[in-house]
Write a protein that binds this ligand. Sequence first.
Ligand code: 9D3
Length: 251
Amino acid sequence: MRVDVLTIFPEMFAGFLDTSMIKRARERGHLEVNLVDIRAYARNKHRNVDDYPFGGGPGMVMQAEPLFLAVEALLPAGESGRPPIILMSPQGEVFNQELAGQLARQEHLILICGHYEGIDERVRIGLVDRELSIGDYILTGGEVPAMVVIDAVTRLLPGVLGAPEGAREDSFAMGLLEYPQYTRPRSFRGMEVPAVLLSGNHEEIRRWRRQQALERTWRRRPDLLAGVELSPEDRRFLEEITNQERERGQG
Ligand code: 9D3
């Protein structure tokens, strides 16, 4: 997959692109990230790409023209089909795992990182196909959100992760929070590894992990349970803990 990133801060991406899974995916040819400095398409000699808002008001607005020129330079005439042009924006649809899966099927993406107080509306009207937010909090710009999207999409590209992880996500465990994990030593500062994990009884271990994942999800993220397929055994277990909780509440 190729991802073009339009930004006025390309240097923000250096550490991200040269570390861990993203670095490996690039080295192995699964991912190509092309950083485009929007200022290279500024008309004025100071390379400004923002201006005052028509109608007045605080702050500066990112101009339309440099973004149009930058995108047009990426799309040589005659190339069949046009990649999705995505604006990272607090007003966008909230990015999630399903959207990551959709984007991972594309051969080419263009991500635009906004800055300043806003972007000239004609970028939305005449250039952008969709807008993505990464959640309801205010950041200083679209660069970190673009890295979030690239990270989540890259690990879904064929060949990027080893088979075990891919298989794990297809499994019934998908959609629940993770069960507690332990490694050596068996005893650490008075905290013991649960005996079931040392028992060697794989059916018991599987059941314990499933129940821990169910209970954790029920307590912390009950909204996720709606999207999970529950076995009759799962339902019995969840009923048991809701009953216990009710008794505790009354007692
Ligand atoms: C202070 C200006 N804000 C008015 C209430 C609007 C605003 C403009 C630009 C707020 C944040 C930003 C910069 N953020 C992004 O470009 C951004 C973002 C985010 O802030 N949160 C979650 N997802 C995203 S995607 C892009």
